[in-house]
Design a protein around this ligand. Structure first.
Ligand code: NAD
Length: 246
């Protein structure tokens, strides 16, 4: 148990983040779940992590808040002794055509999706540098590479994550810290479940593999990027999209 790695995963209360947490827990990784919803919303995930036999703790924190993220990171290091892995997964959408998009829609999405990653990288890397070890994975989106009508704020934030990731890879490589991004396409979540069969069929036509991805497809990509098998991989954007964007 003492040798377990420790992963800080943002937005791990549910969805893709929760699946990443469970997948890393199966690899004997202790998990710090960072999410801004109430702990009750993440209880199912926390129970599943405990059942997997790892130490898991919940930290209520808004990733867009610079000082709150510093306090949270410091507390996690106090509780776990270190942070080996950072997964920047927390993200939101506020979709509107630019014509209708308000300044607040832009600011909120950019501050959670992009500044949230900066905040975490800023506060976690000093600890990683001391240990001369770190694995950082940030969840971008193929939309950050393709653009998407109605998602100017989201697409810009996800493209920004790619620039941030490549810069982190260059600044921290000499300290044995890798930084990579995973860019999901359409993933089966509550959001995509709500689509009509007709909408789904239209979506499948855009995807060479002809189906939606699952949260475990993203989690497995993260598992690989934080593993020793990926020790010489940094600064990459791994698309996990069934070929939607080639
Ligand atoms: P989700 O909404 O189900 O989960 C997001 C989690 O992040 C929630 O638990 C939420 O409480 C938390 N969160 C949101 N804002 C936060 C903040 N400010 N501080 C802390 N926690 C916060 O979303 P998901 O579908 O699981 O997506 C996870 C990530 O994957 C996001 O970054 C999203 O943009 C990205 N992504 C998802 C898809 C998809 O098809 N679902 C596709 C491409 C990229």
């Amino acid at each position: 148990m003492a040798d377990n790695r420790v992963a800080l995963i943002t937005g791990a209360g549910r969805g893709i983040g929760a699946q990443i947490a469970l997948t890393l827990a199966a690899e004997h990784t202790d998990i710090a779940v960072v999410d801004y919803s109430e702990q009750a919303a993440a209880q199912e995930t926390l129970d599943a992590l405990a059942a997997a036999g790892v130490t898991a703790r919940y930290y209520k924190c808004d990733v867009s808040d610079f000082s709150a993220t510093k306090a949270t990171v410091d507390q996690i290091v106090k509780d776990f002794g270190k942070i080996d892995i950072l997964v920047n997964n927390a993200g939101i959408t506020a979709d509107k055509l630019i014509m209708r998009m308000e300044e607040a829609d832009w600011d909120r999405v950019l501050s959670i999706n992009l500044k949230g990653c900066f905040n975490m990288v800023k506060h976690v890397t000093p600890y990683m540098m001391r240990k001369r070890y770190g694995r950082i994975v940030s969840i971008s989106s193929v939309v950050g590479m393709m653009g998407n009508a109605g998602q100017a704020n989201y697409a810009a934030s996800k493209a920004g994550i790619i620039g941030l990731t490549k810069t982190v890879a260059k600044e921290f490589g000499s300290r044995n810290i890798t930084a990579n991004a995973v860019a999901p396409g359409f993933i089966k979540t509550a959001m995509t479940d709500a689509l009509t069969e007709e909408q789904k069929q239209a979506m499948y036509k855009l995807i060479p593999l002809g189906c939606l991805g699952e949260t475990k497809d993203i989690a497995n990509a993260v598992k690989f990027l934080v593993s020793d098998d990926a020790r010489y991989i940094t600064g990459v954007v791994l698309k996990v999209d069934g070929g939607m964007y080639i």
